[in-house]
Design a protein around this ligand. Structure first.
Ligand SMILES: *[C@@H]1O[C@H](CO)[C@@H](O)[C@H](O)[C@H]1NC(C)=O
Ligand SMILES: *[C@@H]1O[C@H](CO)[C@@H](O)[C@H](O)[C@H]1NC(C)=O
Ligand SMILES: *[C@@H]1O[C@H](CO)[C@@H](O)[C@H](O)[C@H]1NC(C)=O
Ligand SMILES: *[C@@H]1O[C@H](CO)[C@@H](O)[C@H](O)[C@H]1NC(C)=O
Ligand SMILES: [Fe+2]
Length: 464
């Protein structure tokens, strides 16, 4: 049984290797176990014990270069000290503890009132250093830790996990467990659609709390870089909730001001050898809008000699050969694709479609106005487009690809999973996709990604 599986796996790998080299797109015929995308009950995630214990702890980069961290947590009441984070360098005398005070908010949504949402930014951290931090007081004190990234530079290895459309089902739990079982992941790029609270009556906000508890085992220990999806909008005029993104923006803080952005929905960070630009599919992006102007000046700031790797995170994919959400990202693609090609973006990561897909390096910029049709063409300056909306949320898998498989689509599969991107140096990054049904070490799709600035050659299949 085991051997058969192994043989199947290796023949699949060989098959994929051949097909990537020959540039025929692959629609995986992998037969997955029919998996219930059933949501884990609220009771699965009780609050931590102890009076006013801090919960839903999550961290994200707090400045542009990686020397600050935003620590976020929730407490039921706003007692003395519940808004304080104490922190110190691992291995140092604990009397060197420093502390920072959080800014605290709470919000109402229909019939729900949130707990106290604390966000504290720790600044002036040393690079490449382990820190401990402590929240709460007395018997409710909880301790966590994180590693700061190495100093920004061109040959700094760094590994990102990539997760999208996670939700909080048993499948989501498998995705997170698989990612966490991989010791290589140092930070997560999360391409939007977090809790799926809005799939419940009146956008049941308790689902935002349970989501915060669900991801805490990872998100309290390494930064998750958040992008907003459609499930973050939480707009519902029928119940009088007309402030878009209210729960998301109250709960998840990002360092948008550090990149001169005017909105938490789009921003950038540098981390190790990567420059990461986060965009918002659900905010205005046409010419003259704030997001458009910001991106135009932002791209000019990227110095590939300092950060060779340039990634874009966005929720709705610009290349998608699935009937689900087909062409929803089209107007943003038309607006921003020319800039991404001109600036040689390495990879655009998106979610939204609950399946996995990786594109060839293609562009579709020039129209022939005689026939009005426009087909993507191979373009070595173009990004790879990866759709990784397969985190496993309550809405289930998007198992309805278009046929024939378009030539821009290199590999696609309707399975839940997550990806890893191991940056090795300024020229090479190893990209792998891991489907949930297999153990983490099994790689279902992979590629040696070559840097568009330093080595704009054809990406290479991974040989086993
Ligand atoms: C930590 O430093 C303080 C003050 O210098 C000293 O009194 C204490 O003994 C030290 N503790 C340890 C565990 O080294
Ligand atoms: C979630 O996954 C973890 C790790 O595999 C497991 O221990 C836990 O029981 C799972 N939770 C649920 C509710 O299935
Ligand atoms: C545009 O399309 C028309 C009709 O297919 C074709 O005759 C013409 O050569 C095309 N022009 C270019 C520049 O490709
Ligand atoms: C960069 O990493 C790749 C993959 O590990 C390796 O083959 C290559 O030699 C490295 N380049 C340099 C200059 O070390
Ligand atoms: Fe979505």
């Amino acid at each position: 049984m085991k051997l058969n599986h192994l043989a199947l796996f290796f023949s699949l790998v060989v098959f994929l290797t051949i097909s990537v080299v020959s540039h025929a797109g692959v629609t995986s015929s992998y037969v997955r176990v029919a998996e219930p995308s059933e949501e884990m009950a609220l009771e699965v995630f009780p609050p931590p014990s102890g009076y006013n214990a801090p919960e839903q702890v999550h961290i994200t980069q707090g400045d542009h270069n990686g020397r600050a961290m935003i620590i976020s947590w929730v407490t039921p009441v706003n007692d003395d000290g519940s808004n304080i984070v104490n922190y110190w360098v691992a291995g140092t005398n604990e009397t060197t503890k420093l502390s920072v005070e959080a800014s605290t908010t709470s919000y109402r949504y229909f019939d729900y009132t949130s707990g106290f949402l604390h966000h504290a930014t720790i600044k002036g951290l040393e690079y490449d250093t382990k820190y401990f931090y402590e929240l709460g007081s007395g018997r409710s004190t909880r301790q966590f830790n994180f590693m700061t990234p190495p100093k920004v530079g061109p040959d700094v290895p760094y590994t990102f996990g990539i997760i999208g459309d996670l939700g909080q089902t048993y499948a989501s739990n498998q995705t997170l467990a698989n990612y966490m079982s991989n010791p290589k992941g140092q930070a997560v790029l999360m391409v939007g659609d977090l809790s799926y609270a809005d799939d419940h009556p009146n956008h049941d906000q308790r689902k935002w709390d349970s989501y915060g508890r669900f991801v805490e085992p990872s998100a309290a220990y390494q930064p998750w870089i958040w992008a907003a999806g459609n499930h973050e909008i939480d707009y519902d005029a029928n119940i009088g909730e007309t402030q878009a993104f209210k729960p998301y923006m109250n709960r998840y803080n990002v360092p948008y001001k550090a990149s001169q952005s005017t909105s938490p929905l789009w921003y950038s960070i540098k981390r190790a050898s990567a420059y990461i630009i986060v965009l918002s599919s659900y905010s205005a992006f046409d010419k003259y809008t704030p997001q458009n102007s910001w991106l135009e000046s932002e791209l000019k700031k990227v110095n590939r000699e300092e950060t060779p790797w340039l990634f874009v995170l966005v929720h709705a994919p610009w290349y998608n050969s699935n009937n689900y959400h087909y062409m929803e990202g089209e107007s943003m693609r038309v607006t921003f694709e020319p800039w991404c090609v001109e600036n040689k973006v390495d990879i655009v990561f998106a979610g939204h479609v609950h399946a996995y897909e990786r594109s060839e390096r293609v562009s579709n910029i020039k129209y022939n106005i005689t026939d009005g049709l426009s087909y993507p063409v191979k373009n070595p300056s173009a990004p790879i487009y990866i759709t990784i909306g397969d985190g496993g949320n309550i809405e289930g898998i998007a198992n309805d690809f278009t046929y024939p498989q378009p030539s821009y689509s290199a590999y696609r599969e309707a399975s839940f999973g997550h990806a890893m991107l191991e940056i090795k140096n300024r020229t090479h990054a190893l990209y792998t996709w891991h489907r949930n049904q297999d153990n983490e070490p099994v790689v279902a799709d992979s590629l040696w990604v070559k840097n568009r600035h330093f080595l704009p050659e054809e990406d290479e299949a991974v040989s086993v």
